[in-house]
Design a protein around this ligand. Structure first.
Ligand code: GTP
Ligand code: MG
Length: 466
């Protein structure tokens, strides 16, 4: 792929403000000519020249270091000049103006990296990792972005692509030569190959999901019926008086997000409107938004008011099971769920009851708390860690974005269809088509087939000079 524009771009690459060194980068076809003018000589390739940076009248703007990288052996793949000068903003601006007068234009945000991608120096997942690395706020985020930048994620995608290609070749051959007397892959072989692809994809999916959690935090949504104490719980966990709490059911309508950190793991907690049938249009919208948040959550805290349980004639296990079944049914989803039984301060034998709750023999974890007195909150924090641990954080994490997860989900759905078709020995052509679609969407992760709109969105979120 070649660049559509033949412009030469320049930008200050160091952050704004004062610093001992400020770096300006130039990239594009005019770089060599511009270098001659601003330095007054032809720089050697990849040699750190200590030299003067000259204005048009040959007056000295600054003395610094100039390094010329000849394309394709540069960050962008084009001829590139890096000027390291003193980190004074007026001085950097003066150099920038000089470069503009020599025919360079100011780079758009992320344009250096975009050119690097377009010139095949890195793929799209790696380019995104550049932005993630720059923005990393924690060591874990920086480490995983760095691994993606070095190709850890892309390599996994490429491997899956190869495996898919092999499978497709087998299927296509079975289609094309089915009339001839050749030894072709049996349906069973094809089924095994597809299943193997799916297993691989599951592993990568889990890892990518961890990557997103490291970057964006574990998305925990507090849901439940009105007045169960959801907003009180959000305030208690976050230590902020963020959500409005009243004794009137239906208080919360908007979605409220707060990020907390539990032993270094970022957790994004969302308070939602209580789920109930209502005719009030505002509350109805609140319930719709709550359901939307639940759909994209990594984990749900389903808050139940103990006093509503006490009114139930059935035993605890049955009540909780019916609550969670009802909840899952309503949402048409079997999401990761923890039942949080709240307001335990309102009953007499709190401690005994909390233990009784934890021992309830249902598949879903149950934790008893009082959001008001904050009793039991530590157990809840432990639960967050367990949920995160379930996602197996390891040293070889790589960073990933929600965009990648969506692509992997679509790829997986096509592979599942292919697997089902192979199981039923249905039309090989349909299998081939599902495999092709799966491979296509996987290619969007590394940018083999990406729309200009998406590229604009990705690189537009970069800072200028990168
Ligand atoms: N005693 C006691 N009261 C609580 C506890 N948690 C919440 N409450 C009370 O229950 C009422 C409802 O609390 P909220 O936090 O507003 O409940 P909610 O689930 O957010 O309600 P909606 O937003 O209406 O769905 C308020 O009067 C709270 O003070 C608790 O642990 N113990
Ligand atoms: Mg509320």
């Amino acid at each position: 792929m070649s660049l559509s524009e033949e412009t030469t771009i320049c930008a200050i690459s160091t952050p704004p403000g004062r610093g001992s060194v400020g770096i300006i980068r130039v990239s594009g076809p005019k770089t060599s000519a511009i270098s001659m003018k601003i330095l007054g000589f032809k720089p050697e390739i990849r040699y750190a020249h200590t030299c003067q940076f000259l204005n048009q009248d040959q007056s000295v703007i600054d003395i610094g270091i100039a390094i010329f990288f000849e394309g394709p052996n540069s960050y962008t793949g084009e001829d590139t000049l890096e000027l390291q000068c003193h980190g004074s903003l007026p001085l950097l601006n003066e150099i920038l103006n000089r470069l503009l007068s020599l025919g360079a234009v100011i780079a758009r945000p992320g344009e250096f990296t975009e050119r690097s991608f377009l010139n095949g120096k890195m793929d799209l997942a790696q380019a995104e990792a550049v932005a993630d690395l720059i923005e990393a706020g924690t060591e874990q985020q920086a480490k995983s972005a760095s691994r993606t930048l070095r190709g850890a994620f892309s390599d996994r995608i490429k491997k899956m692509q190869e495996q898919l290609t092999k499978t497709r070749i087998n299927v296509e051959a079975a289609i094309d030569f089915s009339d001839e007397d050749l030894e072709l892959s049996s349906n069973e072989t094809i089924l095994n190959m597809v299943t193997e692809c799916l297993t691989d994809l599951d592993t990568v999916f889990t890892k990518a999901k961890q990557g997103v959690i490291i970057k964006e935090g574990l998305r925990v949504v507090i849901a439940g019926y009105p007045n169960s104490g959801k907003s009180t719980l959000l305030n208690a966990i976050s230590g902020e008086d963020a959500a409005i709490v009243t004794e009137i059911p239906g208080t919360t309508r908007d979605i409220l997000n707060i990020e907390v950190s539990v032993r270094g793991i970022p957790i994004n907690i969302t308070d939602t409107a209580g789920l109930r049938e209502t005719k009030d249009p505002v509350e109805l919208e609140g319930v719709r938004r709550a359901q939307e948040a639940i759909m994209v959550a990594d984990h749900i805290l389903f808050v139940v008011d103990i006093t509503t349980l006490n009114n139930q004639p059935r035993n605890l296990r049955d009540v909780l099971t019916s609550f969670s079944d009802d909840f899952s049914l309503k949402l048409n989803s079997k999401k990761n769920l923890t039942i949080v039984v709240n307001k335990l301060d309102l009953i007499e034998s709190y401690g005994i009851f909390a233990e009784e709750l934890q021992a309830v023999d249902i598949e879903i974890p149950v934790i008893g708390i009082s959001a008001r007195t904050e009793e039991g909150l530590d157990n809840l924090r432990e639960q967050f860690l367990k949920v995160s641990d379930h996602l197996h954080f390891t040293e070889d994490n790589f960073s990933a974005r929600t965009r990648h997860i969506s692509a992997l989900e679509v790829a997986k759905s096509h592979l599942k269809k292919a697997q089902k078709l192979a199981e039923e020995s249905i039309d090989l052509e349909l299998i081939a088509e599902e495999l092709r679609l799966s491979q296509l969407v996987m290619g969007s992760i590394t940018g083999e087939l990406t729309s200009d709109d998406l590229l604009g969105e990705i690189f537009g979120s970069f800072c200028v000079g990168k």
